[in-house]
Design a binder for this molecule. Structure first.
Ligand code: SAM
Length: 263
């Protein structure tokens, strides 16, 4: 998918799914000792980095990502949030050799990033090495792209492009739908928690929700342009101009969280 709007879409996800993000940050925060050292893997626009830095005022967070544009956006947000002195960014491709992260981490946070990495077993072994004994890994994953359209025709369109997205992810070797509990155990972690969040936000929704739908559907339209029928592309084009003003949208998303502890 194109890079356009990636930072905005991630920021909107954080805003619109605020209650979910707050609950998970509280959970992760409860695992951290005083003055924790935290590493955010695939930090993106900084949703986890900034929320953890705000929630834990004496935490130091290292945000890792391979995308320098997103890291720049993250740094600007960290300045605006007044936490820049406790946040550092490191550009790294986590499928290659990992950078030296210094002292072992107390908490590693990986939200919507593990499924991107080429070799989950290798990644988990790297995380295990990066953590101190007794440190925690929090994995947050999404089961699929969110859904927005409440009418039957819209839901059928979403079904079709969701199926195509799943095929594309499979072809690209992405690890969506993994049982990370099993993977954590195989990598030598103790699984300390596992929870699924079924999110459904109904109208009236804040205006940001309609923008979230618009940006998300535009990304799908551009990412799948050559894989969908011309009718579906035209339907997505039409939605791009209308969906931002709709007041009947529903936001449905499923997220799962696993907590692993390095023994
Ligand atoms: C869906 S975004 C999630 C961002 C953020 N964690 C959040 O929850 O909003 C996935 C992020 O993983 C990063 N990523 C994907 N593959 C990566 C790799 N091999 N090394 C480092 N970062 C990677 C992407 O650049 C992107 O920022």
């Amino acid at each position: 998918m194109p890079h356009d709007h990636m930072a905005e879409m991630l920021d909107l996800d954080a805003d619109v799914l605020h209650d979910f993000h707050r609950d998970v940050i509280n959970w992760a925060g409860s695992l951290a000792p005083d003055r924790p050292r935290i590493v955010d893997l695939g930090a993106g626009s900084g949703t986890g980095t900034l929320a953890l830095a705000r929630h834990l005022p004496d935490a130091r967070v290292t945000a890792l990502d391979k995308d320098e544009d997103l890291l720049e956006h993250l740094r600007e947000r960290a300045v605006a949030a007044g936490v820049a002195d406790r946040v550092r960014t490191v550009r790294a491709d986590l499928d290659l050799a990992w950078p030296d992260l210094g002292a072992p981490a107390d908490l590693v946070w990986a939200s919507a990033s593990m499924h991107h990495l080429a070799d989950p077993a290798r990644t988990l072994a790297e995380v295990r090495t990066a953590l101190r004994a007794g440190g925690f890994l929090v994995i947050v994953e999404l089961d699929s792209f969110p859904r927005f359209l409440p009418d039957p025709a819209g839901a059928a369109l979403e079904d079709r492009f969701h199926a195509e997205l799943a095929r594309m992810r499979h072809e690209h070797g992405m690890h969506m739908g993994e049982d990370w509990g099993v993977r954590l155990t195989a990598a030598g972690f103790e699984v300390k928690g596992e929870r699924r969040f079924d999110i459904e936000l109904r109208p009236p929704l804040p205006p940001r929700a309609a923008r979230y739908a618009q940006v998300s559907l535009q990304r799908v339209r551009h990412g799948l342009a050559d894989r969908l029928s011309s009718d579906d592309v035209a339907a997505l084009d039409a939605l791009a101009t209308t969906v931002g003003d709709r007041d009947d949208l529903v936001v449905r998303a499923t997220r799962s969280v696993w907590i692993g502890r390095r023994p």
